[in-house]
Design a protein around this ligand. Structure first.
Ligand SMILES: NC(=O)c1ccc[n+]([C@@H]2O[C@H](COP(=O)([O-])OP(=O)(O)OC[C@H]3O[C@@H](n4cnc5c(N)ncnc54)[C@H](OP(=O)(O)O)[C@@H]3O)[C@@H](O)[C@H]2O)c1
Length: 450
């Protein structure tokens, strides 16, 4: 039976995707209930729980509210009721003051709808069916003379995007944290594209002071037409940077915020260069001349977010994940929601630059392999290639069509798509959105060299 029509199998997938520590399966010997296994701890015992509880447990874990349910019990003694432990007041990891039932029902809804959506649209098959409607000419452009920056350009989607931009003649700055990996990527890109205008800059995106210093130098020495905020991470344990910042937040949210706001004056300084003629693309002569974008749409910022953000509502009360049990997947999804909100806010505040955020789909990259090994194992035959994941990044960076779209939107497979699931109650108030921007501005200023 297809996964989407088999609730138990689907539940297992959702569950395994969101939390590596648990595994749900229907025991053949039992007709009622779902067998819960806890992996990685020899003292833990399995126990049978009703399917409804399993569903709720699944959602609790997905939401990071019950990541540490104590399932161990002294040998030889009957384990206490799991349901009692789940619903006991102040249960492990539960956020104080939030009644569990409505929150859990909503979480179950969000996660299930999102996962089914992912199976339909985010896999390779989703790309293949969406790509039937792509206009190939959109990417048949020559961007010689235009300057691009791609963070995390040494690997996965960032490297694939940088390569396609270089192939079209763009000058590419790869911003990477590791010199060897960056050199290797540069070599691959220049060899494959025959474009020698690829430059590397070493920068750790979780280091706010380093980003300020880098941008100050960069602004004095270079031009910039398009910034691609691609570097991102999903760190599954709560780790702090040397500045005491939670690492996912520092990299995905604060790092992106500082880099973008610091480079905005450089983007805004760019004239409105028009690419007048499409001369050749891979040896093929193009038939027409086009204007490459109209002001203000030629200066662009693209942020590689994730469809995972759809399960999260912006939460400005706990930006560094201090007060809840830590779940890297959900912290990552919250950061990606923050990126989408930042993009919308920047678009309103800076009309001369074209902003977009996007979801690359589920692509087979080093990050997915290392941060989500269970998900990778289950989905590896269905994942997109890195090039397929990068397609919309490239389209947003170089195509004339992308420049015609309204600024601030969220894209998937070259189309603007909604930033909320229907009925998911993830819409945030304008007040919360303003609070996020104010918080990031104040925090970023603390690290600005005087
Ligand atoms: N693959 C997917 O299915 C998927 C789905 C949704 C969204 N995304 C997003 O796509 C983007 C690219 O990820 P990917 O899947 O292509 O994974 P990837 O191949 O591992 O690329 C991530 C890149 O980010 C860099 N990076 C991470 N932390 C950094 C830091 N502190 N400073 C500088 N660079 C840093 C990595 O550098 P190192 O090589 O040095 O680690 C790497 O170059 C991410 O923002 C990710 O959230 C991916």
């Amino acid at each position: 039976m297809p996964l989407a029509r088999n609730p138990v199998k689907l539940l297992k997938f959702v569950f395994c995707f969101h939390n590596k520590a648990f595994c749900l399966r229907s025991p053949k010997s039992r007709t009622r209930g779902v067998w819960l296994e806890v992996r990685g701890n020899s003292r833990c015992r399995g126990t049978t729980i009703p399917a409804t509880t399993a569903a709720i447990l699944c959602v609790c874990v997905c939401d990071g509210r019950y990541t540490r349910i104590p399932l161990t019990h002294p040998p030889g003694r009957r384990p206490p009721s799991l349901e009692r432990r789940l619903f006991a007041s102040g249960g492990a990891g539960r956020r104080r003051g939030s009644g569990p039932r409505p929150v859990l029902a909503m979480s179950l809804y969000r996660n299930s709808v999102w996962f089914v959506k992912g199976l339909r649209h985010y896999c390779r098959s989703g790309y293949e069916s969406a790509s039937k409607h792509f206009v190939p000419e959109d990417l048949e452009v020559d961007v010689t003379g235009r300057h691009f920056m791609v963070t995390g350009g040494n690997s996965g989607i960032g490297k694939a995007a940088a390569k396609e931009i270089a192939r079209r003649g763009g000058l590419v700055h790869l911003v990477c944290r590791n010199k060897d990996r960056a050199e290797e990527a540069k070599k691959d890109i220049t060899t494959e594209t025959d474009n020698q205008n690829v430059f590397i800059h070493i920068l750790d995106m979780s280091d706010p002071k380093g980003i300020w210093e880098f941008t100050e130098r960069f602004k004095n020495e270079h031009r910039l037409n398009v910034l691609v905020n691609n570097a991102g991470c999903m760190v599954n344990q709560r780790e702090l940077t040397k500045d005491g910042l939670e690492k996912n937040f520092a990299t995905n949210t604060l790092g992106t915020y500082i880099l973008t706001t610091a480079l905005l004056p450089l983007l805004e300084r760019e004239d409105d260069p028009r690419v007048t003629t499409l001369s050749a693309f891979r040896g093929r002569d193009m038939k027409c001349s086009v204007l490459f974008g109209n002001p203000p749409r030629d200066r662009r910022t693209i942020t590689v977010s994730s469809g995972g953000m759809l399960v999260q509502k912006l939460d400005v009360s706990n930006l560094q994940s201090e007060n809840v049990a830590f779940d890297g997947t959900m912290v990552y999804a919250q950061n990606k929601r923050q990126q989408v909100v930042m993009t919308e806010q920047w678009a309103k505040a800076h009309p001369s630059v074209h902003f977009s955020s996007m979801h690359p789909g589920w692509a087979d990259t080093p990050a997915v392999r290392s941060s989500m090994p269970d998900f990778y194992e289950k989905m590896k035959n269905r994942l997109r290639t890195e090039d397929q994941g990068a397609d919309t990044v490239v389209w947003l960076a170089v195509s004339r069509e992308a420049g015609k779209q309204a600024s601030g939107q969220f894209f998937q497979d070259r189309q603007p798509v909604p930033t909320h699931l229907p009925l998911a109650q993830t819409k945030s108030s304008p007040g919360d959105e303003a609070k996020l921007m104010q918080f990031l501005e104040e925090l970023s200023q603390k690290f600005k060299p005087r």
